[in-house]
Write a protein that binds this ligand. Structure first.
Ligand SMILES: C[S@@+](CC[C@H](N)C(=O)[O-])C[C@H]1O[C@@H](n2cnc3c(N)ncnc32)[C@H](O)[C@@H]1O
Length: 396
């Protein structure tokens, strides 16, 4: 069937209509005429794939990655970086306006760095003697030689693993932001570990550390952070500093006394701003994150931060007299209890760091005793449809 693509949806898929039913088409751009095949259909929508491009958009670019449309990692390889950034800021503007009635002008700008080699973490899966990435929405492994968005050290490790006899279930590779340190965890068997032992600062095979070091150190601005294999760490090598600086400008010189850093991971944001406030309390439910958060506190000689290892929703009602709350939840956003208590605590400001604009819009709407001062978009995940936002909420 031949259709004309009208616009993009929030996931970067083309939208067309067939007998008034919405049809989502992977790798299709506005104004393209494409021949499609239905992949899935229900009462409300159709999902389709392109069989043939009859008229291509002038915005379409050659896809550099050999695994494009196969591995399921990046889905915006077919537009240039400028168009990708334009798509992302417009998507955040539209979502904010549609779901939270926010003036589009309050979504100020999109900040971006490199389109390639920006990732400091990659998880690969293995079968027989090969390793690779899952094909989208399947358990089928696509063998890979290199990953365009991962940093060079990760690609060096992939090359070594590809040249070694192995039977691996999973490999986690993490690097420091300056690309100097590398940490690898392998589940499975590998014939020769000698090259890996030379290359890796931390090497873990089947939960056994083959190196003296158990963590790698990385810098963000003038702070140092230790990171274990199981701890959360922002994946963009360079843009994380800009993201944290956006939080910092909203804290500096404001004389805030007590601050909550909710969903604090390894304590990175709380430590980043700790010089400018009296006291920070970080909460995260992941034990490995909180263990590393305490190490990071010590590494940076910070005396005014403490951490709680628990769910935010279990602890949020313990607090009052808080000047500022920073939240950085996972994609699901904030739960109802947390939002209700945030309104009760009634801090002067809430800084909401979000990795999903849809749940951000929902939560802004629910936090109705606050108004949006501005939102900035950070393209932390180039080539994918994902983006991060920092939203500054002020008490009405
Ligand atoms: C997006 S990360 C943010 C980490 C940190 N702010 C940073 O910049 O590195 C979200 C964090 O929330 C934690 N988390 C998820 N659900 C939680 C919950 N209900 N209560 C506490 N922590 C939670 C995860 O362990 C993860 O560290």
């Amino acid at each position: 069937m031949k259709v004309e693509v009208l616009k993009l949806d929030n996931f970067g898929r083309g939208i067309a209509y067939i007998n008034d039913k919405i049809c989502f088409i992977e790798n299709a751009l506005p104004n393209e005429i494409v021949e499609i095949e239905t992949v899935k259909e229900n009462k409300k929508y159709i999902e389709a794939k392109v069989i043939k491009y009859i008229e291509k958009s002038p915005l379409r670019i050659e896809e550099e990655c050999p695994y494009s449309n196969i591995c399921g990692g990046c889905n915006l390889n077919h537009i240039c970086f400028n168009d990708e950034n334009r798509f992302k800021i417009n998507k955040v503007k539209d979502i904010m306006n549609k779901y939270a009635n926010i003036d589009k002008e309050l979504v100020k700008t999109i900040i971006y760095h490199d389109r390639n080699n920006y990732r400091n973490k990659l998880i690969l899966h293995g079968k027989d003697n090969y390793i690779g990435l899952y094909k989208e929405n399947t358990n089928e492994i696509i063998p890979i030689q290199t990953c365009l968005i991962s940093n060079p050290k990760i690609n060096e490790i992939i090359k070594v693993l590809n040249n070694t006899n192995k039977e691996i279930k999973e490999v986690i590779i993490k690097t420091s932001n300056d690309n100097s340190k590398v940490m690898v965890k392998i589940t499975g068997t590998i014939e020769d570990t000698s090259i890996l032992e030379k290359l890796c600062n931390v090497l873990i095979i089947n939960n056994k550390y083959l190196t003296k070091d158990k963590v790698i150190e990385t810098n963000i601005g003038n702070k140092k952070y230790l990171e274990g294999i199981d701890s959360f760490f922002q994946v963009n090598n360079t843009l994380t500093k800009e993201l944290y600086d956006e939080v910092l400008v909203n804290v500096k010189d404001k004389n805030y006394k007590t601050i909550l850093d909710l969903y604090c991971g390894t304590g990175t944001i709380g430590i980043y701003i700790s010089n400018y406030v009296k006291e920070v309390i970080g909460i995260d439910y992941n034990e490995s994150n909180i263990n590393d958060a305490y190490k990071n506190k010590e590494l940076n000689n910070v005396n005014n931060i403490s951490f709680i290892c628990d769910k935010v929703e279990n602890k949020i009602d313990d607090f009052k007299d808080i000047d500022l709350v920073i939240v950085d939840p996972p994609r699901a956003g904030l739960d109802t209890k947390t939002k209700d208590y945030l309104k009760e605590i009634n801090p002067e400001k809430i800084i909401y760091v979000s990795c999903d604009p849809i749940t951000l819009a929902r939560d802004i709407k629910d936090l109705d005793t606050y108004k949006v001062k501005y939102i900035k978009v950070f393209n932390m995940f180039p080539r994918t449809y994902h983006c991060e936002s920092v939203c500054i909420l002020e008490r009405r």
